[in-house]
Design a protein around this ligand. Sequence first.
Ligand code: SIN
Ligand code: CO
Length: 385
Amino acid sequence: MQYQVAFNIEDFMANYWQQQPCLLKQGMQAFIDPLSAEELAGLAMEPEIQSRLVTSRGQQWQAELGPFENFDLLGDSHSSLLVQGVDHWHPEVAKLAEAFQFIPNWRFDDVMVSYSTPEGGVGPHIDQYCVFIIQGEGKRHWRVGKKQMLKEFAPHAKLKHCEAFDAEIDVILEPGDVLYIPPGCPHEGYAVEPAINYSIGFRAPNAKDLLSGFADYLLRHDLSSKRFADPKRSATQEFGRIAENDSLALNKLMQGLLNSPEATAQFLGEHLSENAHSSDIVVLIGSEDELGYSELHACMEQGIALTRCAGIKALYLDVLPYQIFVDGQAYAIPNCSWALAKTMCDKSVVDSYSLRAFDKDSKQLDWLIDLVNAGYWYFDGQCDE
Ligand code: SIN
Ligand code: CO
């Protein structure tokens, strides 16, 4: 199934994205749930998938982290099961996220899916991320306030709530409705009837994390950096003082590192392509299915589509020398296969037509073989030699 939004994207970006919450009534075209509550429960049993069960019986908030062996806690009412990174494990849920590819991949975080019994929800809270909440089966009552500072507190060690707020949006979502909530807007949602919600979440790096990541990058790659030098210093009378010109010179020294477009681009590619959630990757290296040139050419010859493993981030900057970044690693791409590499980052599936158009005789496809053998892409079908 191909999912599509049914709202005006230009209008949404100009007036709402990162600015104000909005209800996109029937924002998904002919919406059909990509997964069932049973499938969600199955995912919540897996140790590598993050899940939570939140209950609020008798005003008493409780939260348990998965993996779950049973769902005794999930009562007939007042409970919610939430599973993170579902797009990494469920290709149909990954397809749902594709409807939101008008925002670049480096901004995308994951799809969180929740199943709530009547009155179930996680309580009033504020997220630092922005999210599109899609209503799947059932109905849920949502309240969203405008961006504001509110007192926050923990009604349970694993939950953070905010104080009561006035709602700008107060609505009962029905299947196919979409709620957009920018960072900092308080919100709360309680199921009216058993309900599934899909949260398409976006992240925004903060400057502090970027800087510390950049420092790690410099250390990891052992990049030489300039050392402070002060050959024309005059003698000081103030032994304890860091003089203003010294502090400015030290600041300039630090900024010099950030002013290297090559180093920062390389860092951003590696850093932003790192996966925050585990994925269903099947590594072929050393297995009998390991791909070589003859198998690769056979797949291309037979027109088998090349699919990116669900949830894998593949990014590029479109500057020379060409490279793509996958799961924190850079892969050098020869100029002759750049068009293919870009398509592989932009599209989840490279169809047989695009692959056929590619020069199959090229011997410069080691990078593609490496990516397939690492499990990041796969040929969707049997390639017979
Ligand atoms: C949900 O309960 O489905 C979404 C939770 C949230 O508001 O972040
Ligand atoms: Co939230």
